[in-house]
Design a protein around this ligand. Structure first.
Ligand SMILES: Nc1nc2c(ncn2[C@@H]2O[C@H](COP(=O)(O)OP(=O)(O)OP(=O)(O)O)[C@@H](O)[C@H]2O)c(=O)[nH]1
Ligand SMILES: [Mg+2]
Length: 196
């Protein structure tokens, strides 16, 4: 289970839709739940990958909680799903202290929001497993300093893995898909070896 966190509009749905398609092509059975205050738009967009995708409407809440996810997946055939993505409500503050039971937490920083975000959200960067820079196709146009952004991540969280992606050009999507796939297969292998 992978919890994807970012500010609003950082590119979570765009990225996940494409990565879910790639994972399905590689034989990974994937599903998603997505939280927003209103609209079913994102579930509909993610569903275009061919995978099961369900919307959670939070009304006024700025984050998802574990029981909301539990209720959303109650009718999923979990035995047939290898990987569940949770696209959290777009927010860099509220989701930080809510454990959804995820195996991995991924934090998106778009190139359009500045290099200083890794320094400004220490709790999120300290609880994530991967930093994903999104919208790399816009980096040059907005004068995004990739070196500085990487250095800021390293300062906040030494050794944190980082990946540069663009859902527009496709940059980094295969690498990110491989990173996820390796973890899904690794967990399945451990579960198989221990009978879990
Ligand atoms: N140029 C460019 N635009 C992108 C990229 N990824 C997403 N976008 C655009 O950015 C906007 C927001 O993308 P979404 O995928 O909806 O972002 P989100 O994080 O899911 O947004 P919320 O769920 O509302 O928080 C849309 O207009 C996308 O088309 C990218 O890699 N490059
Ligand atoms: Mg979205």
């Amino acid at each position: 289970m992978v919890n994807v966190v970012s500010s609003p509009g950082a590119g979570k749905t765009e990225l996940l839709g494409q990565v879910m398609e790639r994972l399905r092509d590689r034989g990974v059975e994937v599903a998603a739940v997505v939280g927003d205050l209103a609209t079913e738009n994102d579930a509909e967009r993610l569903g275009r990958s061919g995978a099961l995708a369900k919307q959670i409407l939070t009304g006024t809440m700025c984050h998802l909680e574990a029981d909301m996810v539990e209720a959303a997946i109650a009718d999923f055939d979990l035995a047939s799903i290898d990987l569940l993505f949770i696209e959290n409500v777009g927010n860099l503050v509220c989701p930080q202290s809510w454990d959804l039971g995820e195996d991995l937490r991924i934090l998106l920083f778009p190139t359009t929001e500045g290099e200083d975000k890794p320094l400004k959200y220490p709790t999120l960067i300290n609880t994530c497993d991967l930093v994903l820079f999104s919208k790399m196709d816009l980096a040059e146009a907005v004068g995004f300093d990739m070196e500085l952004a990487r250095r800021n991540c390293e300062t906040s969280r030494p050794g944190i893995p980082m990946v540069e992606t663009s859902a527009r050009s496709g940059e980094g999507l295969d690498d990110f898909t491989s990173w996820i796939e390796a973890r899904v297969r690794g967990k399945a292998a451990v579960a198989g070896a221990t009978g879990g």
